[in-house]
Design a protein around this ligand. Sequence first.
Ligand code: AMP
Ligand code: MG
Length: 360
Amino acid sequence: MLRKWIFVIGLCVSMLCCGCSEQTEASCAVDKTAVTNEDENEDEKVTRDFFAMDTYICLTAYGENGEAGIIAAENCIQDLDARLSTGNASSEIAQLNANGAGRLSEDTCVILQEALHLQKETNGAFNPLMYPIMQAWGFPTQEYRIPDDSELQKLLSLIKPENMQFSLETGTVSFSVSGMELDLGGIAKGYTSDAVMDCFCSSGVTSGMVSLGGNVQTIGTKPDGSLWRVAIRHPDKEKDFLGILETKDCAVITSGGYERYFEENGVRYHHIMDPATGKPADSDLLSVTIVSQNGLLADGLSTALFVMGLDKAISYWQAHASTFDAILYATDGTLYVTAGIQDDFSANYPCEIIQEGMQS
Ligand code: AMP
Ligand code: MG
């Protein structure tokens, strides 16, 4: 029953980046998914809502270990935020970016290692070195501008992974070209939601969830054994959903150009950049949701498949169908769902099922 749903994060619409001028509008809406939960276990439930990692975070854990799990998870999130934030001058990443060299902690090394792996796997669609380009467009400061082509050409020389030296053993990183900078924003929330699940697990929580600005990850089922119900936001209609996914032990992570953007002279410029051009990805997808047991992978791939666009995203899934599933919403209004979750996803709109053998 729709009326009975508790929208754990659905009301967390934030308008955080409103550096508006006459010509420029900016938006940063983050209610990408809502966990719908007819909650018959209120008394066993512990929740914590707070703001970190530039977004609203909601933790929920059930059972007698819930409080301990939530405390451990919140500490872990605050710790990762302090290390990974590009905007916090004392973070490991900001220090590395300021000095052109540095030593990273173990967690950060793992994220960087995975980010570089994804960069190769996605043929460069995912790139953890996009920060100079994000800055040129004004996303970190919300002082938005449109860089010209010659500026972008110069910046593209700063995002080449072969110009970064990284040792997983020692944690050391250095850049051989001045001006290079790391940005793990396309993958950090997924690593964090994996880490929350680890905190829950080691605290004895067997039923719980985290939402990081609408990126959801769950442990187990709901306490009554039923599946979590995650509603996927319609990218064009703030209060409407593409459908509802029933899931357990999975991350459900969405990327879309509607999440953070500015407009100038009627053109929308969003925050997911194409590393081939240095411009907002000219994607024929409006949103990409990845479902996987691996949160870090889901986060990296939601960004990468958005950059790839529909045909390449379908081919990529077909080559990696055992590791994730996807819900893709295209600019022409077509909704695509991969075969692995077709029985778990109740679509509100007509949808096409992508089969493993299907030609795009
Ligand atoms: P997400 O919301 O997970 O798609 O991540 C978007 C964020 O990742 C942006 O705000 C940037 O910090 C960063 N980013 C933008 N474009 C890329 C890209 N092509 N590859 C990796 N990270 C990116
Ligand atoms: Mg991502």
